[in-house]
Design a protein around this ligand. Sequence first.
Ligand code: NAP
Length: 248
Amino acid sequence: MQRILLLGGTTEASLLVRALADAGLDAVYSLAGRTEEPARQPLPLRVGGFGGVSGLQAYLQTEAISHVIDATHPFASGMSLNAVHACARTGVALLALERPAWVAGEGDRWTRAGSGAKAAAALPLAATRVFLAIGRQTLEDFAIAPQHHYLLRLVDPPKTGLPLARVEVVLGRGPFQVEDDVDLMRRHGTQIVVCKNSGGTGARAKLDAARELGLEVIMIDRPAVPERPSVATLPEVMIWLHGTARGV
Ligand code: NAP
């Protein structure tokens, strides 16, 4: 019997939930619970951490999971690492659905940074207006550069104080449009964009907008995750599920 655990938190995961439901597959969709109101889902939803590798291992066994699909964000490396270990220990099949990383094209002015802290260190010394498009989890990295004015785009209003002094928050949930991001950056006088190399289309608009405005982008590279079977598209996931269900 096939029973799937889908680790989500991305646009692709939301699309995959629909595809699994439409195919009539037995699956549970799992979210970390970072956003306040997850959209309604066509499959059973569980929310919150499992409790590390051992917690996930116990969950896989209790729930008789046969397949794990890791469709978490490329920067959610803790969850991905746990999934690799828990699946190896339990013999559960694992597949990652990974968006290809963005690559700089003609007209792009990108500086790559190996981490958020390195991106903060790469900012100019003089006060600059920065569009800090990295979500809210790792903002502390930028506390070392308090002279800048930071524009944040968040899904939910921040409940606690932010670790940055000069900060303005706009709320928004992707996908974003290039014209809107050009307009946003113009209105806020953005001089530099800092973002994570998330890949995908939903958050790509800010890069096209930065190119259009001739702005520098500091691009934070993805964290490393262990080798694991991985595909880039939904149809490939469905083929994998079909193939493993029939034992090929
Ligand atoms: P993370 O650092 O890899 O995960 C931290 C912990 O959160 C995990 O160890 C796990 O807790 C729990 N967790 C993460 N994803 C989960 C899931 N799908 N279901 C159940 N528990 C989960 O991840 P993160 O960077 O905090 O991201 C959290 C979620 O937001 C992910 O689902 C990710 O896809 C989504 N997201 C992240 C980013 C980003 O830039 N990091 C951007 C967009 C969306 P336990 O160890 O207790 O199991």
